[in-house]
Write a protein that binds this ligand. Structure first.
Ligand code: ARG
Length: 284
């Protein structure tokens, strides 16, 4: 009889937690209570249909990024800031989670999601069919454009100059980005020039300044930031590829995907995302 009362009490607790509309992962009250873990288990699949998810670290939204990509993510005063960092903070806030940002090589982001080390990859990341085999993407929150940075006196004046037969230019890119993928296909594999890959976009830009490459293919907003910081460079007016940016998430955690994707959609609908973007990207 005693046992029955205890278990009734336990399930009443779970129900009342669920009724708060808070997820176990986000429920601060549950922290420090000995039954925290048990609640997490038994509360999954709420009858009231409220979202329910687990995160890599309980109570936290762990974001993987590569903070070399202004204005989306970059280091300022020792902190990672930028559009993606603020978007992640807004999502975490909605889900009652604390945001934790892990900086890593761009290549490592999808890996860390697949290996269960991060909940969300936000890195100005373009939705591509190859990546979609590895991770699930949320709705897109903005677009990016692959552009070409050259020195002011460059003989390269358009995308066509790069892709022409016998062009034979050295093209700098950030390793494993879409700039790398597209130029590898269109230029290197087509034997129209050479692609040189750098860990950071800024390193490719330095290589351009020192004449090691003839141009850099990179996303338009970081391109603007790099050109503003470095004299003697310009962005060609012709655009190479237009892309959609989204957050990458694990295919194995549909509950968290649902919660994050819904939060992001709400933040798009109520203008929060546009507000964040406008803070960093001023209209021309
Ligand atoms: N949009 C490009 C891609 O998805 C470049 C992203 C690079 N992002 C970064 N944080 N370094 O491949």
């Amino acid at each position: 009889m005693k046992k029955l009362i205890v278990s009734l009490l336990a399930s009443a607790m779970v129900l009342s937690m669920a009724a708060c509309g808070n997820t176990p992962a986000s429920n601060d009250d549950s922290q420090g209570s000995a039954s925290g873990d048990a609640n997490q288990e038994s509360a999954s699949g709420n009858a009231d249909g409220s979202s329910n998810f687990t995160t890599v670290v309980e109570g936290k939204l762990t974001m993987a990024t590569n903070a070399t990509f202004p204005p989306y993510e970059y280091v300022e005063g020792g902190n990672i800031t930028g559009i993606d960092a603020e978007i992640a903070a807004a999502i975490a806030d909605k889900l009652g989670l604390e945001l934790q940002i892990d900086d890593m090589q761009f290549t490592a982001i999808t890996e860390s999601i697949r290996n269960g080390k991060a909940d969300i990859g936000l890195a100005g990341m373009t939705i591509t069919p190859d990546r979609q085999e590895e991770v699930d993407f949320t709705v897109s929150y903005t677009t990016g454009i692959q552009v070409i940075i050259v020195t002011e006196d460059s003989s390269i004046t358009s995308v066509d100059d790069l892709l022409a037969d016998g062009a034979n230019h050295k093209v700098g890119v950030q390793l494993n980005t879409t700039g790398d993928m597209f130029t590898t296909g269109d230029i290197e594999d087509a034997e129209k020039g050479e692609v040189i890959r750098y860990d950071k976009g800024a390193d490719a830009v330095q290589a351009l300044k020192t004449g090691k490459v003839d141009c850099v293919v990179i996303d338009n907003e970081p391109a603007k930031a790099f050109v503003a910081e470095n004299e003697g460079l310009k962005i060609l007016e012709t655009e190479y590829v237009i892309e959609d940016y989204a957050a990458a998430m694990s295919k194995d955690n549909p509950e968290l995907y649902e919660a994050v994707n819904t939060a992001l959609q709400e933040l798009i609908a109520d203008g929060t995302i546009q507000g964040i973007i406008d803070k960093y990207i001023k209209a021309e």
